[in-house]
Ligand binder design. Structure first.
Ligand code: PHE
Length: 508
């Protein structure tokens, strides 16, 4: 591309970023502060300049420090030892008693502060008199000022504040920063006369009317540049729509429901026992609010089956849990832990009202878990949920659907293992082999709904159902080893951009 054309594509921020780099490399954060720019503006600019070949970006990992909640508190109050030292200094010589009554501080904190001051001879105790050691004043002022230095983001050797780290006042964090440097072409461009020219980059009603004599920034029509600058849908979004297409082509209709759900639809309706470890299978995110609306008749029927079971015939009966069911707990709200909550809403709304009609539903939607994130666990995950209702369905049909689905996705190495769910019997866990992690991963769960869960709806036929984890599936497809690579700021943008990664879906 012509140099002149490149220059005309640069806006004010781009130019500011480039001029910042003329005298040497810089962190994007330094550019932000120097030029009073927003972080997102600098990052956007940097991406654009990178694709134009004007700058280079290196990600530098470094360990930094930051104040903990306690550290923040001390930042306003002063370190306990600093406060004690100042108190003594102010009063000349004091007794222990005066220190303890004069300072409103936590007693343990105060004890520890006095102890450490004494130990490192910041204060001297003679008989009953406590005095400061004036030689030490500088040192303690400096120590206290470390808090604002940390807060202000100054680079500090962790060695120097090891005491504050040990006491949980400061913590070490790992951060990744983008270091930008200018390329030869970039440098050349900054020297060009045209570079100093200002162009308008926003149209207004006024300058459209009086456009003569105004210089506007150019937009490139070069396909290569357009390609590198234009947006793409995220690979997850693509994958989800491929899955949805696949489900629809197999005759399934899509279900939707809300993220915030009542305990009733997430647990009770599925016969999860109340106050029982069954509920811990899902690390639930509880909300403090209550008030989920529940159909009263259904609630009563669930209670009845929960407590006493049912009797359809001599050989088709259940005794229930023989425990009291507390309907008052049912309306408390949570973030739904699984999309099986959606499934049961559809069983209620559609299947129970059209019992003669076979039905197939699916959803690809989020479930929420209060878990620790790691390479195979997320706090928010997409579940691919499916149910089939019809005559004479059995676990063989379930296995058939599962195998067909994974085959269609292109994951061949799967195996099924018996497992436990409060709401299905039998229950099958789906495992897939990850060549990257070299182990079997749980990728889904499934089963035939227990008669107890369907009795309140008056449904006596079998319903087969499953829930597959979308992210783990995509991880396997992309041969990634860490599920977090699909999310967040450090996702590999090239992977997401790479058209060839879309090719893996062409098998559909
Ligand atoms: N709800 C289950 C899960 O979150 C998946 C599942 C759905 C299991 C339907 C059985 C039947 O893991």
């Amino acid at each position: 591309m012509e140099k002149e054309n490149i220059i005309r594509m640069l806006n004010k921020t781009d130019k500011a970023v480039m001029t910042s780099l003329v005298n040497g490399e810089m962190f994007s954060t330094e550019i932000e502060t120097n030029k009073a720019l927003e972080r997102s503006a600098v990052i956007n600019s940097a991406r654009k300049l990178l694709s134009l070949g004007l700058i280079r970006i290196d990600n530098i990992t470094s360990t930094g420090v930051r104040l903990t909640a306690l550290g923040k508190q001390y930042l306003t109050e002063g370190l306990p030892e600093y406060r004690v030292f100042n108190f003594i200094k102010k009063h000349g010589a004091v007794t222990y008693k005066q220190i303890f009554s004069g300072l409103s501080m936590d007693k343990n904190e105060l004890n520890a502060a006095v102890g450490s001051l004494k130990k490192s001879s910041f204060i001297t105790v003679e008989k009953d008199r406590v005095t400061i050691n004036p030689d030490k004043e500088k040192e303690i002022v400096r120590k206290n000022s470390m808090l604002s230095a940390v807060e202000g983001g100054q680079s500090i050797d962790p060695e120097e504040i090891s005491d504050l780290i040990k006491r949980g006042i400061v913590e070490q964090i790992e951060s990744i920063r983008e270091k930008l440097s200018i390329t030869a072409l970039g440098k050349e461009i900054t020297k060009d006369r045209e570079f100093a020219e200002e162009y308008l980059d926003k149209l207004s009603a006024d300058n459209i009317k009086n456009w003569e004599g105004l210089r506007f920034r150019e937009y490139s029509r070069n396909p290569e540049i357009l390609n590198s600058l234009s947006g793409r849908s995220n690979i997850k979004t693509k994958f989800i729509s491929f899955i949805k297409d696949a489900m629809v082509s197999m005759g399934f209709s899509e279900m939707h429901s809300n993220y915030v759900e009542s305990s009733f639809w997430n647990f009770d309706v599925m016969m999860f026992r109340q106050d029982h470890p069954d509920r811990d299978i899902q690390d639930t995110v509880y909300l403090t609010a209550g008030g989920g609306k529940i159909p009263e008749g259904l609630l009563q029927r669930v209670k009845k089956v929960y407590e006493r079971g049912f009797r359809r015939s001599k050989y088709d009966e259940s005794i229930g849990y023989r425990k009291e069911f507390d309907g008052a707990k049912s309306s408390s709200l949570i973030m739904r832990g699984h999309t099986t909550a959606t499934t049961f809403r559809y069983i209620y709304e559609f299947i129970s009202k059209n019992k003669d009609k076979p039905a197939k539903f699916f959803s690809v939607d989020k479930g929420f878990r209060n878990e620790t994130m790691d390479s195979t666990h997320l706090l928010e995950l997409y579940q691919i949920e499916g149910i089939v209702y019809g005559d004479n369905l059995s676990v063989a049909d379930l296995i058939g659907y599962i195998k067909q689905f994974y085959k269609r996705i292109g994951i061949e190495k799967i195996r099924l293992k018996p497992t436990y769910n409060p709401y299905t019997e039998p229950s099958l866990e789906i495992q897939a082999f990850s060549p990257k992690l070299k182990r079997w991963l749980e990728v889904g769960n499934s089963g035939v709904f227990r008669p107890e869960t369907l009795e309140p709806f008056g449904i006596t036929k079998n319903i087969i159902a499953w829930g597959f984890g979308m992210e783990r599936m995509l991880n396997l497809k992309l041969e990634m080893s860490d599920i977090r690579d699909l999310y967040g700021a450090y996702t590999d943008i090239d992977l997401l951009r790479d058209i060839s990664s879309a090719k893996i879906f062409s098998e559909f």
